[in-house]
Design a protein around this ligand. Structure first.
Ligand SMILES: [Zn+2]
Length: 271
């Protein structure tokens, strides 16, 4: 059986200023800017389109002081993807910036790891150290969606569709998962927050918001195993993603890029 080939996109919807020292556990000796971008992702074949994460809302951007560039569904719409028609949304973890836009997907089934629901509703949420990345309203909403049958729980590894699989990594949160997608350049891994930036998995360092450092570091090995090459790993928050990959369409250079095209190809095209 031949696997379907998916187009794969990253849609950038928000950004914020940050310093290098704030992006590494234990800090960083270099005093330099290291901004953070926010993305959702989409995989599309002739048979189906799967969205990975939902972003957050404009209200949340104001409350958390993020620079909101667009509603993620507007970015998806620019790619011809209608969020109301989406049947499957992978939620890599329940942090506000990954799940907060769930209302834009009224017909979707949400795919979540058992460990993530357990973690975000359990004892560790008593501590600001672990709860600050979650909005309790999102967690409550996911419980309600589970009661109405709209959450599919996964334990570890799962095949969502031919050519798309979910992989529990943990680390940053207990139930964090990444997504492996079969594309025309081979297996690409949407790492989400298993590696916020390229530098994290490239240098074996860790983002400061972390539940289990060991799982984070071991997770980098899993990313390497799942992906065709290191150039097939797409980090969750790195502005370099927008620089390394080509625009999804001519006028979308600042909105969406194609991840199913090798990043070298994109670099060769730039002056
Ligand atoms: Zn996160």
């Amino acid at each position: 059986m031949t696997l379907p080939i998916y187009e794969l996109f990253a849609v950038r919807y928000a950004t914020r200023a940050a310093r290098r020292a704030a992006n590494f556990l234990g800090g960083d000796p270099h005093e330099a800017a290291m901004p953070m971008d926010y993305f959702v992702w989409a995989a599309r074949s002739p048979e189906r389109t799967i969205v990975i994460d939902t972003g957050f809302t404009r209200e949340t951007a104001v409350r958390r002081k993020r620079d909101y560039l667009r509603d993620p569904v507007e970015g998806l719409a620019a790619l011809g993807i209608d969020s109301a028609s989406i049947r499957d949304v992978v939620i890599t973890h329940l942090h506000y910036d990954h799940v907060g836009g769930f209302r834009s997907f009224p017909n979707a089934q949400f795919h979540v790891q058992d460990d993530e629901m357990r973690f975000s509703t359990g004892r560790h949420m008593c501590h600001a150290r672990f709860n600050h990345g979650y909005d309790v309203a999102d967690v409550e909403a996911m419980i309600r969606l589970a009661f109405s049958g709209r959450v599919t729980f996964h334990k570890g590894e799962a095949q969502l569709a031919p050519g798309i699989s979910l992989h529990h990594i943990g680390g940053h949160t207990a139930g964090l998962q990444c997504v492996r997608v079969h594309t025309r350049r081979g297996w690409v891994v949407v790492a989400s927050d298993t590696s916020h930036y390229y530098e994290h998995f490239e240098t074996g360092r860790c983002f400061p918001t972390v539940f289990d450092v060991g799982a984070t570091i071991e997770g980098y090995d899993t990313l390497h195993t799942l992906a065709e090459s290191p150039a097939h790993v797409v980090p969750g928050h790195d502005p370099l993603v927008m620089k390394r990959y080509p625009a999804a369409r001519d006028n979308l250079g600042d909105v969406a890029v194609r991840l199913d095209v090798a990043p070298e190809e994109a670099l060769e095209r730039s002056p």
